[in-house]
Write a protein that binds this ligand. Structure first.
Ligand SMILES: [Zn+2]
Length: 263
């Protein structure tokens, strides 16, 4: 629920002096889309993590809750000191508020609205902020959390061009999946290879997905992926999702520790 997400952000802001809540946008129906920034704006590393572009994928928010709770803990101190994180717990607040699905919504799915003429104010605002962060400081990591398929394992969708990548790009995407595989181990291991969202068949549509738009609008050292979890399993409970989220945090810490901008 949007009210639960707001409460979580309030708690974290109360705990961490370096945290600042912000309103990403007002939705088409006038609701607030909230986010939190943790860390110095000018920090050497920058990350953006969000969930619920698909309103019904509640497990995505639970992974996010596990992640941000870990991020606010003592274990994440070193990571926090050198990173500015932006975290958005619920993107499609309008559908989440009324309990609607959101996936393949009309006139447009939120995760197909990432182009120059976005119709959702929260998508347009995220694009503007990510653009700005990248222009000023460089974006290191973008992760969108999803929870689409009943029997899905835990896995990352990677960039379609992964096999053809070279240099820093190839190194960083490979390091990410290796470190994630070592860190996301409970309640199930994340798959150690990327999957690719081949069900989206046109380049044009791929470009309108958040991960594709971010890749097209950031740099060679940026990684942009989605983390997918399933739900039809007793392991995929609030507690289980929380562990996945904490593992995601540990993967991020290990990844940033290596300095993805190194030559
Ligand atoms: Zn989704």
């Amino acid at each position: 629920m949007p009210s639960d997400a707001d409460k979580l952000l309030e708690d974290i802001a109360a705990r961490l002096p370096e945290a600042k809540r912000f309103e990403l946008a007002k939705t088409r129906e006038g609701r607030s889309v909230h986010g939190i920034r943790i860390g110095d704006e000018n920090a050497p590393h920058q990350a953006w993590i969000g969930s619920r572009q698909h309103a019904w994928e509640a497990g995505g928010s639970q992974v996010g809750r596990g992640f941000i709770t870990w991020y606010a803990s003592d274990e994440a101190k070193t990571l926090r000191a050198k990173t500015c994180l932006h975290y958005i717990p619920i993107m499609d607040v309008d559908n989440a508020a009324i309990g609607a699905g959101g996936k393949e919504a009309l006139p447009l799915d939120h995760n197909r609205d990432w182009d120059a003429k976005s119709i959702y104010p929260e998508v347009a605002a995220a694009q503007r902020m990510i653009h700005d962060i990248h222009a000023k400081h460089g974006l290191d990591v973008f992760i969108d959390l999803h929870n689409p398929g009943a029997d899905d394992p835990i896995f990352f969708f990677g960039p379609f061009a992964f096999e053809r990548m070279t240099g820093i790009q190839q190194r960083n995407y490979q390091r990410w999946i290796d470190l994630a595989a070592a860190s996301i181990i409970e309640p199930l291991k994340v798959q150690s290879n990327y999957r690719f969202a081949t069900y989206v068949t046109s380049e044009e549509e791929r470009g309108r997905m958040s991960s594709g738009w971010v890749r097209a609008n950031t740099g060679d050292s940026t990684i942009s992926v989605t983390l997918e979890t399933g739900w039809n399993s007793s392991l995929m409970s609030v507690e289980g999702y929380g562990k996945v989220g904490a593992g995601l945090g540990r993967a991020l810490a290990a990844y940033i520790e290596e300095n993805p901008r190194r030559k």
